[in-house]
Design a protein. Structure first.
Length: 462
């Protein structure tokens, strides 16, 4: 591992105004492997001063960047997409080292490149409107870039999230200050270096490492930030919303928690549904906000589904996330490991569900890596803690339903509305249920296999 770390030449500093720089006070934090617990890097911790400096750089670069024509801005994005593709293996290794994501299931770099490819040309379609509704006047509505914007990304799919927030912003003519997650900052720093190679002018893209306080909170309340785009927990999203409202009423875009339902009807291809849902829950060790952690199966095929699901779910090969044979990596860090263990204990203490497989950590102290055995329960009451709260681990509850109306009611009985999916061969039913789901994105006969995929051209809720 030490040879790989040396080969990767890991960057741990901030990227501000076109230059990599340490924190103003020199403070750093450690990034350790959740598999081996080796120290991977010392990463600069952003201060209020660092954050203000990044915002000032974004503000200063905005007039020139926003005045460029769309083809010119798009040329930078196209170059960025190409560089990301060239660096896909390195990006996979960085995420494997820092947060345990197996390289065998790593699609993030290709997705990130797709975002830049798409938005390089999507800005062509951002057109204004004219109206002659007022006699003697030509009324015009223009689409203008917001100005300097902030992005705060999560640790579970950092490279794809980085691109999903930066690409549309810079394509529109905005400049960006992005805060990476303290759990997985290495890929973000690599992307900053690629942005530098792509030729983005200084200040257009700025990347900070650090925790929610002081870096994230400073961005949320900063008077010069005109919009903030956040993906993460519901609790943090509420804090950002409040900080935005109490400062300059900046626009807030939030993608928060999920407790996604999957409905499997008796006419579905049960074997495919079982395999796909199991694989999707193993992806990134269950640390996916759209993971279908509440599965409802129509009673006639419930036992068939559970048998096929458990067989696939418990067969995943665990191990070093850098090895191509590893299918399930560790949880991202000790904090996340302990969190999932608390839910395992809660399910056991509740005692109202039936354990199908798993139910414990592979190593209770985490010394062999922060691995959680893939865990599935059935017959779990709807008011149970594990049925209502996002766990962010390889943990699923499988319950049954009788009728379509009952299934829809169960699926929508959640405070989260992020993702939902349905398995059925009946097309009219699929469309009917998709419309009835109270969720921002819907999958029909997919989760999808190898990872949930939302087209880069669509926005959550479209």
């Amino acid at each position: 591992m030490s040879k790989l770390i040396a080969h990767l030449r890991i960057e741990g500093r901030h990227y501000i105004n076109g230059t990599f720089a340490a924190s103003a006070n020199g403070k750093t934090f450690e990034v350790r492997s959740p598999y081996s617990h080796d120290r991977i890097a010392d990463v600069s911790e952003a201060t209020v001063e660092d954050t203000n400096r990044a915002v000032a750089a974004a503000k200063a670069s905005f007039p020139a960047w926003s005045s460029l024509d769309i083809p010119t801005r798009g040329s930078y994005l196209k170059k960025m997409g190409s560089l990301i593709r060239e660096s896909s293996q390195e990006l996979a290794q960085l995420d494997a080292l820092s947060m345990g994501r197996p390289v065998s299931t790593y699609f993030d770099a290709m997705r990130a490149a797709e975002y830049f490819d798409h938005y390089a040309e999507a800005a062509w379609y951002c057109k204004g409107e004219t109206s002659l509704s007022t006699p003697g006047f030509l009324n015009m509505t223009l689409r203008q870039p917001y100005g300097p914007v902030a992005a705060i990304i999560p640790w579970n799919i950092p490279v794809a999230m980085w691109a999903s927030k930066v690409a549309p912003a810079v394509a529109a003519g905005c400049t960006v200050v992005l805060k990476s997650s303290e759990k997985a900052p290495l890929g973000s720093a690599k992307l900053a270096s690629l942005a530098d190679r792509a030729g983005f002018p200084p200040g257009v893209i700025n990347v900070l490492n650090g925790h929610g306080t002081p870096c994230g909170s400073t961005l949320a309340s900063h008077i010069d930030i005109r919009l903030i785009n956040f993906t993460g927990s519901t609790a943090t999203g509420r804090k950002i919303q409040a900080a935005a409202a109490s400062s300059n009423l900046k626009k807030v875009i939030n993608e928060l928690g999920g407790k996604s339902p999957t409905l499997v009807f008796d006419d579905a291809n049960v074997a495919d549904a079982a395999e796909e849902t199991a694989r999707s829950l193993l992806l990134n060790s269950g640390q996916i906000c759209m993971a279908g952690t509440r599965i409802y199966v129509q009673e006639p095929v419930a036992e068939h589904f559970k048998s096929a699901f458990v067989k696939c779910f418990r067969s995943a090969q665990t191990g070093d996330p850098l090895l191509p044979t590893t299918q399930q990596g560790p949880q991202a860090d000790r904090l996340q490991f302990q969190r999932v263990k608390e839910y395992l204990a809660a399910a056991k203490a509740d005692g109202r569900g039936t354990l199908l497989t798993g139910g414990k950590a592979a190593h209770e102290d985490g010394e062999g890596g922060y691995f959680i055995e893939p865990t599935a329960y059935s017959n779990v009451p709807e008011d149970a803690k594990t049925q209502k709260e996002e766990i962010f681990g390889p943990f699923v509850n499988i319950n049954t339903f009788k009728t379509e109306s009952e299934a829809i009611a169960l699926a929508n009985a959640t405070e989260f509305g992020l993702y939902a999916s349905v398995y059925t061969r009946d097309l009219s039913r699929a469309v009917r249920i998709a419309k009835a789901f109270e969720a921002g994105a819907i999958g029909v006969n997919c989760t999808r296999k190898g990872g949930i995929r939302v087209q880069s051209s669509r926005v959550l809720g479209d």
